[in-house]
Structure formats: structure tokens, C-alpha cells
Design a protein around this ligand. Structure first.
Ligand code: NAD
Length: 520
């Protein structure tokens, strides 16, 4: 096994030339075509991303298939050691990776360095441990009814039954732009830990850190062809990957509509499909909550990562008795703490929207709120050095005039049936609505097509658990938010997804599970 070595990562994404990574080599797309990527904080050109096509995917799948026999039979100890090396190298390059993620995605450097990048390392380390702990064979002795001979006479027999997990083959891993490296790593780590090889198709909007990861994988000793990364659009490279006959499973994180399309294609080709999709998280706030703690957390839950988190609390239901107090404190907290601006500045809470196109989408929802007659407030912190705030919430930040900034937006007086409450906006926009009774709160929280995350706030422990259990979401937090145990399942219901990531749930997905029975 190669020893881990120094990885030379440029500090500016402008100096990075992104190439595909196939069979351990960096190669241009066969077509020679590239896509332009932009720095969302300035609107300036950042770098070029390969616009790969089916032929690049074919080459990458070929490399993954070739690498599979050796990697799937590599000892668990050796695979775990390589995964731990990847984790070490990510940690050693935490700041460089965080800075690049910020330039490409817009999130504050501080957020990337304290949340996104450590989580990437954590994924590799956790799955190294899980395979070392022995996930692949579970054996038990059981009484069964067995047909003993050709005359179908049934009698009881004692057999040993063994559950065996075997690597599934070549996996296609498709990831989104809101947590670019973290989402890619959360798929690559379990996938290769269990002995699969893969072709990764990161989002075309934020490709920089996935490219840098190729240097880390190589330095950590991941053999050529085990992880191949092909950059490009969803409709070309992504769909070619989903359709490829030699790709046995697809793990996708992204929008619900894209997931539906991918699920239909992959399901029709008898592939295993994991879908981790959008969210419209409710937060239910009862009058007997710890209001200061609730407000502090729910302001973060509304605006963290520019509101570009599938698990943001974008619908907040507050009991009527404290509704006015809640709104007043929510405004104060946002105005005092949510500083919008330069992502490299340590006082910045959130940065620009990821792209001009996405900014336009979010602004269109704010205009919709205004057209519908809802109350729309822009809560701009005085420290945000802005030179203009447009009527639809676009902020112009001094020195970053070309950036895609939107003010923290609070919407009230909005109907539950409005698209603002029903659809994922994925920006710094929160709807806060009143409710009267516990039953009504549960009904409102569940009145959605989504079911990814939710939170409930009350100091009454019985009520807390009662309500948490009734909310249809994959993760429900009581008096908290964004607590994700890496040994716990994470995923959604309804159009938030079909599967669970995390711990052993991942390992089930990334392996074929066999049942073996034999007489004692
Ligand atoms: P998206 O669906 O537009 O794209 C996601 C990925 O799919 C990209 O790599 C894209 O190129 C690719 N893609 C697009 N069309 C494709 C096709 N036809 N075939 C194959 N690949 C295709 O999503 P996005 O805008 O990048 O990400 C934001 C979404 O991701 C939000 O809805 C957010 O809630 C969701 N998300 C969910 C989770 C979760 O864990 N549930 C986590 C992060 C983000």
C-alpha cells in the first residue's frame, strides 16, 4: 500500500484545471468541451468544468469494472487503512479544501472548515471502522421446516442460516451542489468500504473540491479505477451513468424531480437506487418552549448555508400565544447575528446563492409572496456592507457587486396552501405561521409532500415525544436541530426520498445481501 504523502492544493480555484479522473489518470473529456463555472460571491469566471458525455462515462465504467475483482477481494484491513489515510489527508488539508469549497459554492470559509470538510473526513473514518467491526456475515442457528426428500414430506430440521453481504459491483454516485464535497464523500466512503468500485458524477455547478479529492485519493493509495470521477451535466454525463448496463446501483442526492426521473430510469433497468431528495422541514414551536434557545436555533435553521440545506426549517409553526413574541425575537436575532457578505470574512453568517440561475429562482418566490399579499420582511444586519437592497430582496454587497446575494427574508400572513409553504425554495426565506392546538400543529407539519426532517420545541417531555412520533419525517429533533448521528439512519419519506444513508443502512444498500442455509 502506498504511504500517504503531501498533497499540493492550490489556494485559488482559478488555478485549478479540472479534468476527469479515470483509471487513476487525469484526462480531458473526449469531446474537448468544457463548461464555465463562476465564483458566486463576485459573479466572476472561476474555472472550466469538463462537459463529459456518454463516451467518458463508458471509459470510466470500464475502468471501474476492471478494478472491481482486485478491490472487492482486498482485505478489509487494507481497505480500512486506505480509507483512514483518505480521512487523514482531508483533515491535513482542511483549510485549503474549505477555502476552495467557499469560492465555488459561496458558503462562508468558516462554515466549510468547521462543518463540511470535517464531515468528509468523518465519513471515511466511520466506514473504515464499520467494516473493521465486521458487517459482512451474520450467522444464526434456526429451526426451519425443510423438505427432506423428493416425496414432499415436511419435517423440522435445524439449520445454520448465514446472512452474507457481498460487494454489488460498479456503483454510479451522483451528488448535488449545496454541500459538494460532503455529499460526494458520503457516497464514496461506504461504497468503496464494502468493496465496490464507482463512477462519481459531481454537480457541474460546484466541481472544484471533488476534483481536488482525486489528488487525495491517489495519495492515500486508493488503487486506479476504484474511484473514477467524471464531470459534466446531469442530462449528458449523469443520465449516461444511470443508464449504463454495467452500473449495478445508483446513489443519488439532489432535487425531488430529478430523483423521480432517475428512479424511473434505474428502476426500469433493475438497478438498486438510493434517492436522497429535497425537503421542506417544519419546526413546531409550543408556547411552553425555552424561547431563547428555540429562537437562536431556528434562526440558524432558517438561514444556515444561505438556506441551501435540505434540512433547513423553512416552515416554522408557532403557537398563537407566543406568536408575536416569537416574531419580534426572531427579527431581533436575525438582525443582530445574520451577517450577509464576503464568504472569506469570519463575521459572515451566510454568503451568496450558488448561481445566478438559483438566485433568480429564489427571488421569484419572494416576488410570489408579494403578489399573494403575504407580509415580506428583509432583515438586513447593519454590518452587512450593502449598497442596495432591491424590492425583491436582492442585496448588493460593497466590493461584491456582481455577487448573487439575497437578504434574510421572513414571510408571514401566508396561506398553508401557498407554493411558498408547499415547495422547496432552497434559499434564505422562511415562512412563520401560527397554530392553536397540538393536533393542528401535527396536521400542518404533515401537510406536505416532503418528509425529510422536522423539529419540535417544548419543555413538556411527554408532549415532545408524542408530537415527534406523529411527524412524518426521516429525522425529527426535539428541542434541537442538525444533530446527525453517523450511526443513525438519514433519509426521507414521500418526495424527500426512498432510502436511508448512514451507518449500517448504507452498508445494506451498497451490498447484495444473500441468505445461506446449511444443515448443522
Ligand atoms: P439536481 O437534482 O439539480 O442535481 C443533482 C445532481 O444530479 C447533479 O450532479 C446533476 O448534474 C445531476 N442530474 C441532474 N439531472 C440528471 C439526470 N437526468 N440524470 C442524472 N443526473 C442528473 O439537484 P441540485 O440542485 O444540485 O441540489 C439541490 C437539491 O438537493 C435540493 O432539492 C436539496 O434538498 C437536495 N439535497 C438533498 C439532500 C438529502 O440528503 N436528502 C442533501 C443535499 C441536497
Amino acid at each position: 500500500m502506498a504511504l500517504s504523502k503531501f498533497v499540493d492544493i492550490p489556494s485559488n480555484a482559478k488555478n485549478i484545471k479540472i479534468l476527469n479522473y479515470i483509471g487513476g489518470k487525469h484526462v480531458p473529456p473526449v469531446s474537448g468541451q468544457y463548461l464555465q463555472s463562476y465564483n458566486p460571491a463576485t459573479g466572476d469566471k472561476l474555472t472550466m468544468v469538463p462537459d463529459s458525455s456518454k463516451i467518458d462515462i463508458d471509459n470510466a465504467v470500464f475502468a471501474a469494472k476492471k478494478a472491481f475483482p482486485a478491490w472487492s477481494t482486498t482485505s478489509i484491513a487494507e481497505r480500512a487503512a486506505i480509507l483512514n489515510q483518505v480521512a487523514d489527508l482531508i483533515e491535513q488539508n482542511m483549510y485549503q479544501l474549505g477555502r476552495l469549497e467557499s469560492q465555488d459554492q459561496g458558503k462562508p470559509v468558516a462554515a466549510a472548515v468547521s462543518f463540511d470538510i470535517p464531515n468528509c473526513a468523518d465519513k471515511f473514518r466511520k466506514f473504515a471502522k464499520l467494516i473493521l467491526d465486521g458487517f459482512n456475515e451474520v450467522s444464526l442457528t434456526m429451526e426451519t421446516t425443510a423438505t427432506k426428500n423428493s416425496i414432499s414430506k415436511k419435517e423440522m430440521a435445524t439449520v445454520t442460516a448465514v446472512t452474507q453481504h457481498i460487494p454489488a459491483g460498479v456503483a454510479g454516485l451522483i451528488s448535488p451542489w449545496n454541500m459538494p464535497l460532503q455529499m460526494a464523500c458520503s457516497k464514496i466512503a461506504p461504497c468503496i468500504a464494502v468493496g465496490n468500485t464507482c463512477v462519481v458524477k459531481p454537480t457541474e455547478i460546484t466541481s472544484v473540491t471533488a476534483f481536488v479529492l482525486t489528488q487525495i485519493l491517489e495519495a492515500a493509495g486508493v488503487p486506479p479505477g476504484v474511484v473514477n470521477i467524471v464531470f459534466g451535466t446531469g442530462i449528458n454525463a449523469g443520465e449516461a451513468l444511470v443508464k449504463h448496463k454495467d452500473v449495478r446501483l445508483i446513489s443519488f442526492t439532489g432535487g425531488s424531480l430529478t430523483g423521480s426521473r432517475i428512479g424511473a430510469i434505474a428502476g426500469g433497468l433493475y438497478k438498486r437506487v438510493a434517492l436522497e431528495l429535497g425537503g421542506k422541514g417544519p419546526s413546531v414551536v409550543f408556547k411552553d418552549c425555552d424561547i431563547e434557545h428555540t429562537i437562536t436555533t431556528n434562526v440558524r435553521a432558517a438561514y444556515q448555508n444561505q438556506g441551501e440545506l435540505c434540512l433547513c426549517a423553512s416552515r416554522q409553526y408557532v403557537q398563537q400565544d407566543i406568536y408575536d413574541e416569537y416574531l419580534q425575537k426572531f427579527r431581533q436575532k436575525t438582525l443582530s447575528e445574520v451577517v450577509v457578505g464576503n464568504p472569506a470574512d469570519s463575521k459572515t453568517f451566510y454568503g451568496p446563492m450558488v448561481s445566478k440561475q438559483h438566485m433568480e429562482k429564489v427571488l421569484s418566490y419572494i416576488r410570489l409572496a408579494q403578489e399573494e399579499g403575504a407580509t415580506v420582511e428583509f432583515l438586513v444586519n447593519p454590518d452587512a456592507e450593502h449598497t442596495n437592497l432591491s424590492s425583491d430582496g436582492r442585496l448588493t454587497i460593497k466590493g461584491f457587486e456582481g455577487g448573487y446575494y439575497i437578504a434574510p427574508t421572513l414571510i408571514t400572513n401566508v396561506k398553508q396552501s401557498s407554493r411558498l409553504v408547499q415547495e422547496e425554495i432552497f434559499g434564505p426565506v422562511v415562512c412563520v405561521m401560527p397554530f392553536q392546538t397540538e393536533d393542528e400543529a401535527v396536521k400542518l407539519a404533515n401537510d406536505t409532500q416532503y418528509g425529510l426532517t422536522a423539529s419540535v420545541w417544548t419543555l413538556d417531555k411527554e408532549k415532545l415525544l408524542r408530537v415527534m412520533k406523529q411527524i412524518n419525517a426521516g429525522s425529527v429533533w426535539g428541542n434541537g436541530w442538525l444533530i446527525i448521528g453517523s450511526d443513525m439512519p438519514f433519509g426521507g419519506m414521500g418526495c424527500s426520498g426512498t432510502t436511508r444513508e448512514g451507518g449500517k443502512w448504507c452498508l445494506d444498500f451498497y451490498t447484495e445481501t444473500k441468505a445461506l442455509y446449511y444443515p448443522e
